[in-house]
Write a protein that binds this ligand. Structure first.
Ligand code: GLN
Length: 248
């Protein structure tokens, strides 16, 4: 068995697989995203959409020369629009899960995060066990909602669903809900910069990779452009700069 040769062959295969996709200048891709999911997507003081997802997409589109339009539909609405082929792609701090792989194709990952429960700092809830008889606010269609549903009986809490994070946190701050569950970096950012005094309880759960999504077996060109651009940004250091801008 000639291993040297095998290696040479597999290297060759890899190279011939790497077909470079070139953007069509006449196409404008419509990309769905969440409404407010800082530090991934949110509006700055000028009303411009910024954040890790927005800045990555902008840099990737510039690198690859494709046109796009952002639709801040909300997480669940974007999922449904993508599934119905009403939008071309979606970037929204979206976790790559086996279940979602049945409906969507995902890019290479650009970050990973899990979900965690949190309460207001001055609340006396210390653990998931203390959620017995309480209400938990979740965002429709998210991993946080899935995790909350999976342990609601065990810990004896009820669930209220919201279409966006802003209303979810409002429900916490008005005291209707005792806890929220959402992606850890989003809550850490809200606690640090958003003036929401959050305290985490329990562990971070369901840590998963984030990816850009297209409908399954559709828009493979857009997916390839995204991956090509992402890899270029990782090589150039621009990817690190964007992450550091928000999580540094
Ligand atoms: N990462 C979570 C998910 O994919 C939440 C995404 C979001 O709320 N925008 O379900």
């Amino acid at each position: 068995l000639d291993t040297t040769n095998q290696e040479a062959n597999s290297n060759n295969d890899e190279e011939s697989d790497e077909e470079v996709v070139v953007a069509d200048p006449d196409t404008t891709y419509v990309i769905g995203t969440d409404t407010t999911f800082a530090p991934f997507e949110f509006q700055d003081e000028n009303g411009d959409f910024v954040g890790i997802d927005m800045d990555l997409l902008e840099a990737i589109a510039e690198d690859q020369g494709f046109n796009y339009e952002i639709r801040p539909l909300g997480f669940n609405a974007a999922l449904q629009a993508l599934e119905a082929n009403q939008i071309d792609g979606m970037i929204a701090g979206m976790s790559i899960t086996d279940e979602r792989r049945e409906s969507f194709d995902f890019s290479e990952t650009y970050l990973s995060a899990g979900v965690q429960f949190a309460v207001l700092e001055d609340n006396d809830i210390e653990s998931l066990e203390d959620l017995d008889g309480e209400n938990v606010a979740v965002k429709t269609g998210t991993q946080g909602m899935a995790v909350a549903e999976s342990v609601a009986d065990e810990y004896g809490f009820s669930i209220t669903t919201f279409e966006d994070s802003v209303n979810m946190y409002e429900d916490l701050q008005t005291g209707n809900s005792a806890a929220v569950i959402e992606d850890y970096p989003v809550m850490a950012y809200a606690a640090e910069t958003g003036g929401i005094p959050l305290r985490f309880i329990g562990e971070q759960m369901e840590v998963a990779d984030y990816g850009f999504a297209v409908q399954k077996d559709e828009n493979s060109d857009l997916l390839a452009l995204f991956d090509q651009g992402l890899n270029n940004l990782k090589d150039s250091g621009e990817y690190d700069e964007i992450i550091a801008t928000y999580l540094g």
